[in-house]
Write a protein that binds this ligand. Structure first.
Ligand SMILES: NC(=O)C1=CN([C@@H]2O[C@H](COP(=O)(O)OP(=O)(O)OC[C@H]3O[C@@H](n4cnc5c(N)ncnc54)[C@H](OP(=O)(O)O)[C@@H]3O)[C@@H](O)[C@H]2O)C=CC1
Ligand SMILES: Nc1nc(=O)c2c([nH]1)NC[C@@H]1CN(c3ccc(C(=O)N[C@@H](CCC(=O)O)C(=O)O)cc3)C=[N+]21
Ligand SMILES: [Mg+2]
Length: 305
């Protein structure tokens, strides 16, 4: 069997097209342009790339993008001051603070200072609590993107065995909550899980969010299972040669060994071109949803959970 490859990039383009339509509807109906503020502290090069991509996608969807790049040595007071200012700004409907923050900043404190109705990452404790109790909330972008793809692959997720590998607050835990909401039987695995291979072999749906290159081999996958690879790992690719400065070129791989898993799975997401582009599309969708809610405007269907 050879798996269907889930084209996250194409899926995300379609979603972004729908977001752009909703942006037009908001502009025409209310004279309001949805706005997203992204806050980046420090000079992690990968984070700068993500923030640039988010900015580009935001502008392409017809929305306002406000970028705030702060120095590595920004104080907690300065950052909290900026959050207050963005909370109070009527042109800002969504706020994202890029993680991880430098070690001297308390990310829980900062995230919980965001107005929950503008928390388009869905990381504020109030949104986490709403999701956990099945109430309307802002849903974290990466798990939301995974769920939209899973709903596209399966007519119904009800009763399926889902194994989420990873228990982070930004991916693993909210992913498990969403799958529970779809009536999957959910297992959350992590670094202390015993016999992970056997746990994964029971899964109809595997979501890998670990951060270890190609950790999941094909012989862990139940034939026909759906495999969602959240991992973004940059590894050396000597086959691509050297850069001008003599360092070896790199490439992106997921947490799943794509080639061996694709031989067994029913459907699988690639890296790149799978979950990553959906994360950005969902961020835009959440910003539109936040803007509609802020203005008492009817919410578009299918963009939120
Ligand atoms: N595509 C996208 O849009 C996004 C991709 N990512 C990527 O997803 C991956 C995960 O991110 P994130 O959740 O933030 O990572 P974290 O490092 O916060 O969490 C990793 C999780 O994996 C678990 N883990 C580590 N080693 C093992 C192991 N050997 N066996 C089983 N579980 C293990 C950890 O367990 P424990 O809790 O016990 O330590 C932890 O729960 C990364 O590659 C990241 O780059 C992240 C966000 C968005
Ligand atoms: N507050 C916050 N919210 C986040 O959502 C958040 C964050 N912090 N910190 C970092 C992680 C990571 N993340 C990604 C988003 C898009 C791609 C993406 O578009 N990936 C492309 C490839 C990009 C490339 O080539 O590097 C792809 O998979 O095809 C990847 C990773 C969001 N995160
Ligand atoms: Mg920190």
């Amino acid at each position: 069997m050879t798996a269907r490859i889930i084209d996250g990039k194409a899926f995300a383009e379609t979603l972004r097209g729908r977001v752009a339509q909703e942006v037009t509807r908001l502009k025409d109906g209310l004279g309001v342009t949805p706005g997203l503020a992204v806050v980046l502290v420090g000079d992690d090069p990968a984070s700068h790339v993500y923030v640039r991509n988010k900015h580009k996608a935001t502008v392409e969807a017809g929305m306002q993008s406000f970028e705030h790049r702060l120095a590595e040595d920004t104080t907690e007071q300065e950052l909290m001051g900026l959050i207050d200012q963005l909370n109070a700004d009527p042109e800002v409907h969504g706020i994202l603070v890029q993680l991880p923050l430098p070690d001297h900043l308390d990310s829980d404190l900062v995230i919980n200072a965001i107005d929950p109705s503008k928390d388009v990452d869905g990381f504020h404790i109030s949104n986490v609590g709403l999701l956990g109790t099945g109430q309307k909330s802002m849903v974290p972008c990466t798990p939301l993107g995974c769920l939209l793809m899973l709903r596209d692959v399966h007519d119904s997720l009800s009763g399926l065995n889902a194994v989420v590998i990873g228990r982070s607050n930004i991916v693993g835990k909210p992913m498990a909550q969403l799958l529970l909401g779809e009536s999957c039987t959910v297992t959350i695995a992590h670094s202390r899980t015993k016999d992970l291979a056997e746990v994964v072999r029971g899964a109809d749906i595997v979501v890998a969010a670990v951060g270890r290159p190609k950790m999941v081999p094909g012989d862990w996958i139940k034939p026909g299972a759906t495999v969602i690879d959240v991992g973004i790992n940059r590894i050396d690719a000597p086959e691509k040669g050297l850069r001008e400065d003599g360092t070896v070129k790199t490439r992106l791989v997921g947490d799943v060994d794509f080639d061996s898993c694709a031989e067994v799975a029913g459907a699988i997401t690639p890296v790149p071109g799978g979950v990553g582009p959906m994360t950005i599309a969902c961020l835009l969708a959440n910003t539109v949803t936040a803007c509609c809610r802020a203005n008492g405007f009817p919410e578009p269907e299918g963009l939120a959970v």
